[in-house]
Design a protein around this ligand. Structure first.
Ligand code: HEM
Length: 429
């Protein structure tokens, strides 16, 4: 049995096992019930390896879906506009993440046009990085006076305030609850029932706030071209403004994921702690493998496990017929741990990116960003993570007291159990 399937809790230093190679693709008629929620991130990997295949069928509630993994599958899923996102993921998830009016729900020309606008807003990461550094420095001064802090909690207001500074949200329009609201959209996106409903209610509040920001930006005489102003005044090819609801959704979809980057930053802190040689290298200013380190964190640690789409036409892939409207699930986690792509996938090895050309990590999708659903925030995510590594390794000293640092593969979204507690924080002069 593979390392993936035999682990309940995944201790992040466990580098020891390499999953069995995939031998031959096969498509059994039916490969299991709704074990996905119960088994978590390892659900797909276990079956791909047990069945020695890159795709299998499984029932998800009342619908049959084809699960796929691997770079070929990811290219097929992302490139060519074969799969629409609308109606593919459960409402409990989409209503907390992108929402129904967002770019993710669009296809074809409408998608390309909206995406171009978002890509242009995210083009310049220097300003966001500056906002982030400023907020981090302010927070770090407080951290150095506290006995201990939990990075998973502290990073939320740092990123939320930085995102609002970057976007141009007026300070008087902010309130103390907003960072927590933005964080809870990701926190509860894998839940169902009352906790999910409560998070959706909080999202409605955030959207009402975002609508008021869009209306205010449209009334304002302020001529600064902030991302908020550009979004509020954006016109499509026919010269129409986005509806207030749509512009507000997209604003939330720029702020929320910046806060979500905090989860990767915590994983980066965990990796520096677990693997001191990298910490020392970055502390000394040796940044040769810095982006490899960042990409290895994005590949290695669990974030979004899967992404689903519905076939827009009758499709064929590797001899497999996928009739129009078929539900296809790309297993992002299994693809980032596919031994055919990543030798010894359970080892944390930033050096592996020295040999690679383009980053093939699919944690944020794949393909040309302008024309596919590939995440337009990938560049900003990598830049924020790299900056955090510098700030942690070079600009501060701290202790990591005894705590539970295991990362569960059964909890979504995951992270070190105790949230990465840091104590005795000293700032470099
Ligand atoms: C925590 C880091 C992040 C992760 C793990 C992540 C993950 C993803 C994934 C997997 C997709 C593809 C969804 C699909 O295939 O339908 C996506 C799309 C998207 N992401 Fe991210 N993302 C992150 C950060 C960001 C940031 C920082 C932004 C913007 C500030 C952003 C904005 C978006 C948008 C607007 C889309 C929709 C793109 C489209 O449908 O064309 N994300 N993200």
């Amino acid at each position: 049995m593979s390392s993936m399937s035999s682990m309940r809790h995944w201790d992040c230093v466990d580098d020891s096992h390499a999953p069995a190679p995939v031998v031959a693709p096969a498509l059994p008629e039916f490969a299991g019930g709704l074990r996905l929620l119960h088994e978590g991130y390892g659900y797909g990997s276990k079956r791909f390896e047990q069945l020695q295949t890159d795709y299998f069928r499984a029932r998800v509630l009342t619908t049959e879906a084809v699960f796929m993994r691997g770079l070929d599958a990811a290219r097929f899923f992302y490139e060519g506009g074969h799969f629409a996102r609308h109606g593919a993921m459960p409402a409990s998830t989409t209503s907390l993440l992108q929402g129904s009016l967002s770019v993710q729900g669009l296809e074809g020309e409408a998608h390309r046009e909206r995406k171009a606008m978002l890509v242009s807003l995210l083009d310049d990461d220097a300003w966001l990085l500056e906002c982030f550094r400023r907020r981090w420095d302010q927070a770090a001064r407080h951290w150095s006076m506290a006995q201990r802090i939990v990075l998973q909690q502290e990073i939320v207001p740092v990123l939320a305030e930085a995102a609002m500074d970057w976007a141009g949200v007026p300070v008087r329009s902010r309130d103390r609850g907003r960072p927590g609201e933005l964080a809870s959209m990701v926190q509860y996106s894998g839940t169902v029932g009352p906790v999910n409903w409560a998070a959706r209610a909080r999202r409605l509040r955030t959207e009402a706030w975002a609508r008021s920001l869009i209306r205010e930006a449209r009334r304002s005489r302020d001529t600064r071209q902030t991302p908020l102003a550009r979004l509020a005044h954006h016109r499509n090819r026919s010269g129409q403004l986005l509806s207030v609801d749509t512009a507000a959704t997209e604003l939330v979809n720029l702020l929320r994921p910046v806060v979500a980057v905090g989860r990767f930053i915590v994983y980066a802190a965990l990796s520096l702690h677990r693997r001191a040689r990298w910490r020392h290298a970055f502390e000394e200013g040796d940044e040769g493998d810095l982006m490899g380190f960042v990409d290895e964190v994005r590949r290695f640690y669990p974030f979004f496990p899967i992404i689903a789409g519905r076939a827009q036409n009758d499709l064929h892939w590797r001899g497999l017929a996928l009739p129009k409207h078929s539900l296809v699930v790309l297993d992002l986690y299994a693809t980032d741990h596919d031994p055919a792509v990543w030798p010894q996938p359970m080892r944390f090895r930033p050096q592996r990116f020295r040999e690679a050309g383009d980053s093939l990590v699919v944690a944020q999708g794949l393909g040309e960003i302008e024309t596919t659903h590939h995440c337009p925030g990938e560049g900003i995510t990598r830049a924020l993570m790299a900056e955090s590594v510098r700030l942690l390794a070079r600009d501060m000293r701290y202790e990591v007291p005894a705590q539970d640092l295991r990362v569960s593969l059964r909890r979504f979204p995951s992270g070190p159990k105790d949230g990465f507690i840091m104590s005795d924080i000293r700032l470099a002069a």
